[in-house]
Design a protein around this ligand. Structure first.
Ligand code: NAD
Length: 501
């Protein structure tokens, strides 16, 4: 008998009352079956949660950072112990194939490890003072309550990227997960609670989950006690959230849509390029922010590359993500399938030659939305190509000169991820230079998706400008103070100003 979401939730420590009897119906995209009925919070409940988080912050900020790291270390242990079950729940609720569900939980474990090390490295600078007997330094201090809004397609990893850093930085978290994936959020919260139970002296409500849709998110966004709003989702959502946070002078970290391209040059290793493009375009059924949506290939190799992609595309196995061998799972819902069909219709109207894109497995799963990955040869970068359609559609374009390829790559509103496949060092270096890709991520001989947590993750333009995860992204979760300490018996003013009576 196959393991059900109820078994998984019980094994992960979520009480049945948390996912039964509520008004928000949760369906598995695998077959459309109802797997939960969760209670939606009100805006007032969100406000209460923020108040509790703020009280917790006042205590947590006083705990030494390496001791805060110890809690994140324990949480990482819980994730290791429960990886298979949480990953399976991600597959059931978000439709990810097994290895990608496991990869998502591994990413949570990796960021915990990173944050534990970071908890001993939250450093500022010591800066030379112009005045004798003075020392100048900067410190990074805990910021406050961090509000985390996450998207359905990384239902748990995005929260971990934010919360692991926020917690070691001395902040507390309030999480509003996607209304499409509340069960994995409840399970993650249960694992976090297990870690807290093993940690002596943690204040209550260090991290809370509040379930609901945009209205509940807005209550979080508008609360002036939330020092940082880290919001992941569509550009439409970011356009609503960004100005609201700015209006109250809050801090915002936006991780929004992408429209990622791969340039393939004449010297490229086509075997590598085909593999990189295939996973980038069709992995996670095209539902990653870093999904490869455009291939810009040199005219001398375009047709050969597209033929090879076409052959590989036709072999991708579509089916239940929890059955071994399937690589393409379902779209999240009917709206996603309809958006894919509209984009393909627009592409045809704009001169595109479409293969694939039809509904798959409709008789086996009448309540689910599987789609054949689509490949579309476009005559030019038309309007539909410049939009993000969150589905497995790959547009191919031809170029003559590298300058033209880079201009095409950059001529979209989004700026998340990009890549070039080339064996020519001049082309590679140009692509990652100031005159190359304008994205937050620019790769050479690697696809656009599947970033490691060690680097800062995020993008420019309509992607929102935020950076999360590795490198110095932690600085967004702290407030910086500059301190000048006078240990002399004089009081010289800066810039030589005299003010003596
Ligand atoms: P979405 O914008 O529909 O929803 C994302 C989250 O925002 C949900 O929790 C939703 O409830 C909330 N929300 C929506 N409107 C809101 C409002 N006015 N105020 C507060 N909260 C609001 O996105 P989705 O369909 O869940 O996810 C797909 C999108 O997310 C794609 O565009 C994808 O590129 C993007 N994404 C980006 C990244 C990144 O790191 N850049 C990562 C994952 C997904």
């Amino acid at each position: 008998m196959s393991i059900t979401s109820t078994d998984l939730l019980a094994a992960l420590g979520v009480p049945a009352t948390a996912y039964t009897g509520g008004s928000l119906t949760v369906r598995s995209p695998i077959d459309g079956a109802v797997i939960g009925a969760v209670t939606e919070a009100s805006g007032a409940a969100m406000t209460d949660a923020v108040a509790r988080a703020h009280t917790a912050f006042l205590a947590w900020r006083q705990v030494p950072a390496p001791k805060r790291g110890e809690l994140v270390r324990l949480f990482g242990e819980e994730l290791r112990a429960h990886k298979a079950n949480l990953a399976r729940l991600v597959s059931l609720e978000a439709g990810k194939v097994t290895s990608e569900g496991e990869g998502e939980v591994q990413e949570m474990i990796d960021i915990c490890d990173f944050a534990v090390g970071l908890s001993r490295q939250l450093h500022g600078l010591t800066i030379a003072s112009e005045r004798p007997g003075h020392r100048m330094m900067e410190q990074y201090l805990p910021l406050g309550v961090v509000g985390i809004i996450s998207a359905f397609n990384f239902p748990v990893a995005v929260w971990a990227w934010n919360s692991a850093l926020a917690l070691v930085c001395g902040d507390t978290c309030v999480w509003k997960p996607s209304e499409k994936t509340p069960l994995t959020a409840l399970a993650t919260q249960a694992l976090f609670n297990k870690a807290v139970a093993r940690y002596a002296g943690a204040p209550d409500h260090l991290s809370q989950v509040v379930i609901g849709g945009a209205a509940v998110g807005e209550a979080l966004v508008d609360d002036s006690r939330v020092a940082l709003v880290s919001a992941t989702g569509s550009t439409r959502m970011g356009r609503a959230v960004g100005p609201r946070v700015a209006a109250r002078f809050g801090r915002c970290l936006l991780e929004l849509g992408g429209n990622n391209a791969i340039i393939v040059t004449p010297s490229a290793d086509l075997d590598l390029a085909v593999r990189g493009i295939l996973f980038g375009a069709y992995g996670t059924a095209g539902q990653r922010c870093t999904t490869t949506r455009r291939v810009i290939a040199h005219e001398s190799i375009h047709d050969e590359l597209v033929q090879r992609l076409e052959r590989a595309r036709a072999q991708l196995k579509i089916g239940s993500p929890i059955e071994a061998g399937n690589l393409i799972g379902p779209l999240i819902d009917k709206a996603a399938f309809d958006a894919m069909q509209s984009a393909l219709a627009a592409a045809r109207e704009q001169g595109g030659e479409v293969t694939g894109g039809e509904r798959a497995l409709a008789s086996r799963y009448p309540e689910a939305w599987y789609a054949v990955p689509a490949l579309v040869r476009m005559p030019a970068q038309t309007e539909v190509v410049r939009q993000e359609t969150f589905a497995p559609i790959l547009y191919t374009l031809k170029y003559k000169t590298l300058d033209e390829a880079i201009a095409l790559q950059n001529d979209v509103p989004q700026g998340l991820s990009s890549a070039i496949f080339t064996n020519d060092i001049r082309e590679a270096e140009t692509f990652v230079s100031a005159t190359g890709s304008d994205c937050g991520i620019a790769n050479v001989n690697i696809g656009t998706s599947g970033a490691e947590i060690g680097g800062a993750f995020g993008g420019e333009k309509e992607t929102g400008g935020g950076r999360e995860s590795g490198s110095d992204a932690w600085k967004a979760y702290m407030r910086r103070t500059t301190n000048t300490v006078n240990y002399s018996r004089e009081l010289p003013l800066a810039q030589g100003v005299k003010f003596d009576v």
